[in-house]
Design a protein around this ligand. Structure first.
Ligand code: G5P
Ligand code: MG
Length: 217
């Protein structure tokens, strides 16, 4: 059966980190990160990018319709709507979840995993995050690049996200915890919700892998 997995987790909970690990173990899986898509739009200075820049800097969520359309386009472009895929950072609201369901029809989400990481652990991680424009993520303490401040694959310089400053991180965390209960209830009502937790991605990964593996054939 195709695995159609949503990772739900606070800023800095490890969605990107765990996605890369899962893709290494499950080569047939394809991932879409809405944060990465938006950052690519910003990089190319498109109209969506200009809008996204304003929202992201404020730590606010972009409009639901726009995000659902963006994910649908990406699924179609990669021709994976009826295959296995992982969504990182989408849906984040019940309205996005409903839109996604409407657009996926017979290929609905069959696993939603909440990453439960204590907020005090998260704040320290984000301060040490550096990334590459491909979406590859590093942490100066946890998974440092081989050459300081350079991407392991391309050798290009790494940067820090403009929304990773303490004030915006606080807003992003608040937004996340406001949306968590409603979206959790939505997916519990569909019978596909599960939760894994721990203070490190090393503790969380085997739990996540077990859940994903149980659906992927
Ligand atoms: P994003 O880009 O989706 P967030 O805020 O949801 O952003 P973020 O910050 O990308 O999530 P993450 O992917 O969950 O966090 O975490 P990560 O990057 O893997 O790990 C964080 C850091 O911790 C890294 O440095 C990593 O190396 C390190 N790390 C991982 N594991 C460990 C560990 O075990 N120990 C230690 N010490 N470190 C570790 O969305 C950005 C914005 O885009 C808009 C919104 O404005 C959003 O704020 N947006 C949307 N708007 C509306 N609807 C949507 N669906 C939207 N999606 C995005
Ligand atoms: Mg991320």
């Amino acid at each position: 059966m195709p695995l159609r997995l949503v990772l739900l987790g606070a800023p800095g909970s490890g969605k990107g980190t765990l996605t890369s690990r899962l893709l290494k173990q499950m080569p047939r899986l394809t991932s879409i990160s809405t944060g990465d898509l938006l950052r690519a739009e910003i990089q190319s200075s498109t109209p969506i990018g200009r809008l996204a820049d304003a929202y992201i800097k404020e730590g606010k969520l972009l409009p639901d319709e726009l995000m659902a359309g963006m994910v649908e386009t990406e699924l179609a472009k990669r021709d994976i709507i009826d295959k296995s895929f992982l969504l990182d950072g989408f849906p984040r609201t019940p309205s996005q979840a409903l839109e996604l369901e409407r657009r996926l029809q017979d290929n609905n989400i069959n696993l939603v995993v909440e990453l439960d990481v204590p907020p005090d652990v998260i704040v320290g991680r984000i301060a040490n995050r550096w990334m590459h424009s491909s979406g590859r993520v590093y942490n100066l303490e946890y998974n440092p690049p081989k050459v300081p401040f350079k991407d392991d694959v391309t050798g290009e310089p790494l940067f820090q996200r403009p929304d990773d400053n303490p004030e915006t991180v606080r807003k992003r965390l608040k937004t996340y915890y406001e949306q968590l209960e409603p979206i959790k209830r939505f997916y519990q009502s569909r019978g596909v919700y599960d939760k894994v937790g721990g203070e490190t991605s090393d503790i969380i990964f085997p739990q996540l892998y077990r859940l994903a593996k149980s659906l992927l054939d």
